[in-house]
Write a protein that binds this ligand. Structure first.
Ligand SMILES: Cc1cc2nc3c(=O)[nH]c(=O)nc-3n(C[C@H](O)[C@H](O)[C@H](O)COP(=O)(O)OP(=O)(O)OC[C@H]3O[C@@H](n4cnc5c(N)ncnc54)[C@H](O)[C@@H]3O)c2cc1C
Length: 383
């Protein structure tokens, strides 16, 4: 198993819970994990980033998952091995959950090493949000923050709208003459988009300006300027979220499907359709019409673990049914959610028409549920 995020850590734990005789090795590059859900709230000030940090101690201590800390170079489907910096591991089943990478070559002037320091994306780890938060705190009252949303599919669009809300919540209190310009490369890529737009108008007046179909084509980060499909502008703080693809390991391991960006999988088991015996979970795999999320990665991790444990026990394959539950906060209290149900049908994951839906209003009750959901999913990963 490679990748100890929301998909990989839960798949590892579930395999051991179903059958403690299965030897599970989790390869992860970092010794701790800084979760993204709830990390936006640190900008608004209602959470501390330390609350999002997890370690893998309990996966090892309580469940007997063996941790190897290091970078997996490639998973070789033909040889059934994972190549690490320090050697090679053989496997019977490989699960890969490497998260996302960025298609930075689609933005002229983007330098992979330097640009994230100047225009932080804060999209791969909760810890990165600390830098973005500091930039906003250092900005003058009356400054301009640009938040640029990429073309879909990308990791958790709803979180991008939540990011804007949390920046606005902070600015309204600390620097009320400031503005936020949202440049969305598409149009309303989240199920909650309309509710966000209404909430922004009501809570933040004209502080937020939202423009759809505004793709960033070129940047000059040292001069803090960017060119979109229709204009060139400069800003005090730029939160540039680049277009995305599956994490590098997926590309190196030949797991990418016909779209050239994301891993192609059989959604009944999460086995790759291009490299048999390797299973791909979470944001790296094509979500059909699913929003890439921690909630979906967690559900996929369990479904995949059940499939592999079933295969080891020579049990027949069971179709699965699961939910993708996404909460957001508009400020420090008011929450809303989008809930979707899916079932596997053949090799596809199909959205179930009945059940689920989106909140009709921001409410304190859903704010409480949002914090409870986060507490529960983080506890599941670290207990
Ligand atoms: C600001 C923000 C807020 C969000 N809020 C929510 C929310 O409220 N609800 C929700 O459901 N989702 C939310 N999400 C989405 C959620 O964070 C992701 O969907 C989720 O992290 C995907 O899990 P994953 O396991 O696929 O990838 P990740 O969580 O990115 O985990 C991948 C892991 O693999 C490791 N790795 C990668 N390559 C290698 C390698 N070669 N060798 C070793 N290790 C490797 C990485 O270090 C990492 O630990 C949010 C996202 C953002 C950006």
């Amino acid at each position: 198993m490679v990748g100890g995020g929301f998909g990989g850590a839960i798949a590892a734990k579930t395999l051991r819970l179903i059958n403690p005789k299965i030897e599970v090795i989790l390869i992860e590059r970092n010794r701790s994990y800084s979760a993204l859900p709830g990390a936006n709230w640190t900008i608004g000030g209602s959470r501390r980033i330390g609350e999002n940090r997890l370690t893998y101690d309990r996966l090892e201590g309580n469940h007997g998952v063996r941790l190897i800390y290091g970078e997996a170079q490639v998973v070789d489907a033909a040889a059934k091995t994972v190549v690490l910096e320090a050697g090679t591991l053989s496997y019977d089943f490989a699960i890969v959950a490497p998260g996302i990478g960025f298609r930075v070559d689609e933005i002229e002037g983007y330098a992979a090493a330097e640009t994230p320091d100047l225009f932080p994306h804060a999209w791969t780890s909760g810890e990165e949000i600390v830098v973005l938060k500091r930039r906003i705190e250092e900005m003058k009252n009356g400054g301009l923050v640009v938040v640029s949303l990429p073309t879909p599919p990308y990791r958790c669009p709803q979180a991008a709208y939540e990011r804007v809300s949390q920046i606005a919540y902070y600015l309204k209190q600390a620097k009320p003459r400031s503005k936020i310009l949202v440049l969305d490369a598409s149009k309303s890529s989240s199920d909650l988009a309309d509710l966000f737009l209404t909430g922004w108008r009501r809570s933040y007046g004209d502080m937020i300006e939202y423009r759809s179909s505004q793709q960033v084509l070129q940047i000059d980060a040292p001069r803090s300027s960017l060119r979109t499909t229709s204009e060139t502008l400069t800003a005090d703080v730029v939160n540039l979220i680049p277009p995305q693809m599956a994490g590098t390991l997926a590309h190196r391991s030949g797991l990418i499907g016909e779209d050239n960006h994301w891993c192609a999988v059989d959604h009944s088991s999460y086995e790759s359709t291009v490299a048999g015996g390797i299973y791909v979970l979470g944001d790296a795999c094509l979500g059909d019409d699913q929003q890439k999320s921690a909630s979906a990665a967690n559900a996929q991790g369990k479904a995949c673990a059940m499939h592999i444990a079933g295969a080891i026990a020579q049990r027949g394959h069971q179709p699965h049914f699961y939910s993708n539950v996404l909460y957001s906060l508009l400020d420090d209290k008011h929450g809303a959610s989008a809930v979707t149900f899916y079932r596997s049908e053949g090799r596809k994951s199909v959205r179930v028409d009945k059940g689920g839906g989106v909140s009709s209003e921001w409410s304190e009750l859903e704010g409480i549920y949002a914090r409870a959901w986060l507490g529960s999913i983080l506890a599941e990963m670290s207990s």
